[in-house]
Design a protein around this ligand. Sequence first.
Ligand code: RFL
Length: 408
Amino acid sequence: MAHPTPHPGPPARERFPVVVVGAGPAGLTVGNVLRAASVDCLVLETETRDFVERRPRAGVLEEWAVRGLERRGLAGRLLERAERHTACEFRFEGEGHRFPYTELTGRHHFVCPQPLLVTDLVREYADVRGGAIRFGVRDVRLHDVGSDRPSVSYRCPETGERRYADCEFIAGCDGARGVSRAALTAAHPARVARHDYGVGWLALLAEAPPSCDRVLFGVHPRGFAGQMPRSPRLTRYYLQCPPGDEPENWPHERVWSELRQRLAAADARPLTEGRLVEKRVLDMHDCVVEPMAYGRLLLAGDAAHLTAPIAAKGMNLALHDAFLLGDALAARLTKGDGAALAGYSAACLRRVWDYQEFSQWLSEVYHGTASGDPYRAGTTLARLRRLFTSPAAAAAFAEQYLGTAVRH
Ligand code: RFL
């Protein structure tokens, strides 16, 4: 029997104006913006297409981010399917307090599960805009990032061969555990600022409709609890737990019993329980790399700054970076205009630090009452009550929660 001819695959050495490392929201958005400007690029991703299109994570997009996607032709299906939220609810001292942020800002939160956005971005990049993308690559390495001729190499998943992509710029969009951040800090003494909240969150996905159609924040002496609608059949819940706790310590009954206690409020509907299809402990911490660029390597998204999911900001920041980076690279490569690229890191970091500060502020609201310190518990409740008694405090919170400040 004749053996089929082996697939030759891409050549061992190729050239692209831009190599994008990582096919998450940041990398795929950069790739799409570049393809729309007719700039060739190669996206490299260690996971399979199926895996990245299913990985459950974020779900809340701020309206400016949705409008940014829309302007770039990337929000078609999202606008058809995402739910628009107008309010969230804080539950504390046994009462529910609805916070109507759309009334205060005129803007919405869009609930769009991350897999849905990633699926749309992959399809648009690879199938519509004809962008090059390789999934399942191994052992990605960045070379000569401080020179004018950087390159990225990887092991081909089919043949195990090492392949090289020479380029003018590398967009490092491979998340908090990728290789780009390490390559930048190895090449250049960037400042890496870290903040540890000293708490863990048990992140849960329940196969159940939301218990309430808005986001719920339970601020309780037993610890924080949250409920985030994701779809008519899937709901994310969070439970504060000790850092380093094990998911096995949280059997089904214990999870639902804690959620019931921490999200209790007079006149509230009982929680809609369901099978827990994801259960993982997140040690809550933040990290910011400054500057986000060195030489021809530019970081975007979680590769540059990790934001604990306290204020649902990570994917929004990843998109903000990606819009700025995609536009800046396109201006440099199509018009020779490098001004936006030179200002890229500073422009991103203003919003990054603003969101970091808000996360820290909100963390105290979530975790102060369970800290065991009566002083922190007292000030936490004062902060919360102020949101419902002071219009100025409510307006300031709404602006930060929705990311609507005119300038950062
Ligand atoms: P991603 O999504 O991590 O994508 C990086 C991609 O790079 C690949 N990769 C590599 N590829 C090539 N070479 C390598 N060496 C590589 N190493 C890794 C990875 O496989 C991956 O495909 O980063 P990006 O694009 O910067 O996007 C960031 C967001 O994913 C992240 O900030 C959010 O998920 C954070 N987040 C939330 N953000 C929000 O804005 N709203 C939310 O409601 C929200 N909820 C959440 C969240 C994060 C969570 N977890 C799991 C930490 C809820 C949770 C539970």
